[in-house]
Design a protein around this ligand. Sequence first.
Ligand code: NIG
Ligand code: FE
Length: 407
Amino acid sequence: MPHNTLIRHVHAATMLPGSDYGLLRDAALLIRDGRIAWLGRETELPAGLGDCEEVDGEGGWLTPGLIDCHTHLVYGGDRSHEFEMRLNGASYEEIARAGGGIRSTVAATRAASEVELFTASLRRLDGMLREGVTTVEIKSGYGLDLETERKMLRVARQLGEARAVRVRTSYLAAHALPPEYQGRADDYIDACIDWLAVLAGEGLVDAVDAFCERIGFSREQVERLFKAAKGLGLPVKLHAEQLSDSGGAKLTAKYGGLSADHLEWLDEKAIAAMAESGTVAALLPIAFYCLRETKVPPIAALRQAGVAMAVSTDCNPGTAPSSSPLLALNMACTLFGLTPSEALTGMTRYAAKALGLLEETGTLAVGKRADVALWRIARPAELCYWLGGEPLWQRWHEGRMVLPSAH
Ligand code: NIG
Ligand code: FE
């Protein structure tokens, strides 16, 4: 039986291009069969909409469901001891070179059963859903062997089945060099390419990611992986220019990548290449904050070049121990100088673009999936202004309503 819902007495931040937030005041929105069937001024509601359940929004605000386009949500263990080490003077790079960092999470993730991994990850996912997320990207990259990369990706898929949320997976085996490949990074990339074919064949991979960095992989190594991804028809994205300028963003643009992420050390030429290829700049201010970085991504130049900027949590145990998209919105404004409208666009429309999902979600528009968040706020900027809080009232994923307390 078709399920129709009419949300009335709301204001809408449609996030459509053309004006800040794509504002539509005194609005109503009709959901039919999981899609947005009508959106406009309440006074212009057409007659004869048929039977529908009515929701009184009591003057609250509708936005597209939030989209967290870069997370490492599935992992075992925690890294609070490294937080302590960093505050005692060790740097992120030093800890990584000493075998800690990503590799310590790899050990914990390998040791965890699929059920343990699922349970720990679900708690983090629920935190995001309570803040209005309806789409989340989840990476592998703490397995670094076929079996554990598969386990992580399977858990990511299971999370999407357990909750009303769309999950997009990214294969990130080229995240760090596992101990068994010490000194053999090129051989490891060969293995990553072999495993990619296997896991893609199992339907577990939506995109391919890597860590291009002094403590990660070189541009040449990443390029080999990208070629393999392209051969399988998979889109690419990259952790690029986080700790140094390694030329990763330019490479991503060359392969028509969906997004290049972090970008603190991005240079002008790479910005031009990203603008040309339509590659999204995914900004991760929580990682910037936690690493106490001082070099801010070149926001003004990205803005000027017309590069779409997404904002994401980067939820991970090392550099961004947070599952709060609202915190990321605040930090994108406070630390990086995005306007609240830019930040919210970065977690809706441009985050959808960063996942190749703009046809489906990311704005409130007729025909799109009904991924909608209803907030108890007085104006959209509040989502960036308040640090966290609990502003979500209700959330719909593909038309299915979920109360925050139901997660
Ligand atoms: O996005 N930089 C590489 N990857 C993650 C951190 C992973 C970790 O430290 O566990 C990031 O910051
Ligand atoms: Fe990351």
